[in-house]
Write a protein that binds this ligand. Sequence first.
Ligand code: DC
Length: 222
Amino acid sequence: MTVPVITIDGPSASGKGTVAALVAQRLGFHYLDSGSLYRLLALHARNKAIDWADEAALAAEALHLPVVFNEAGVWLDGVESGALIRAEAIGNGASRVASLPAVRAALLQRQRDFAVGPGLVTDGRDMGSVVFPAAALKVFLTASAEERAERRYKQLIGKGESANLPQIKQDIIERDERDAARSVAPLRHEPDALLLDTTRLSIDQAVDAVMGWFDERQAAGL
Ligand code: DC
């Protein structure tokens, strides 16, 4: 029996991680935040003094990256690293290591290994196009740049950090352009992914939309 997989791809700050995690929770499925693997590799490389441009060394490390995901957090080499990988510098490192073809190839099987029963919900940039091309349901989740900037702004203010809305919007637009322009696994809305524009949707409405599509697919025996 094949394991059902739901892929949710989309641009940064679109809320796809939040939606994917909630859908996984409702279905009792496993959840993979694929971006965290690129972030963990960037952190691991920094710990080992490996340059973020050293493709061969990074790919070798990616094959045996010592990570564990469990209820207690995200562990790298036995150290809980959930907060560390969210740092801005590590995000930049992740975007650099993610642009290297050998790194992406090395992480491919690792990502596929998460597809175990009863099912998997995963989010990223190329989960439907490259990693799980036979997924039961593929979603491309996005929102306008203004809306995404606004959400990130509120999130930062909520955490007591300072934030500049025009600057955040500019960063989001630049990151979109970089993610869409790279030669390997660029971010784009593939024709077989259903478009979910969350600009005017609440989190619950977005989760309901994905659940509705998945129910339809299941009812149709897909
Ligand atoms: O979603 P995120 O911000 O945690 O992703 C971190 C980086 O990894 C981002 O620059 C895009 C990249 N990434 C990717 O190339 N492919 C994925 N499937 C997931 C993330």
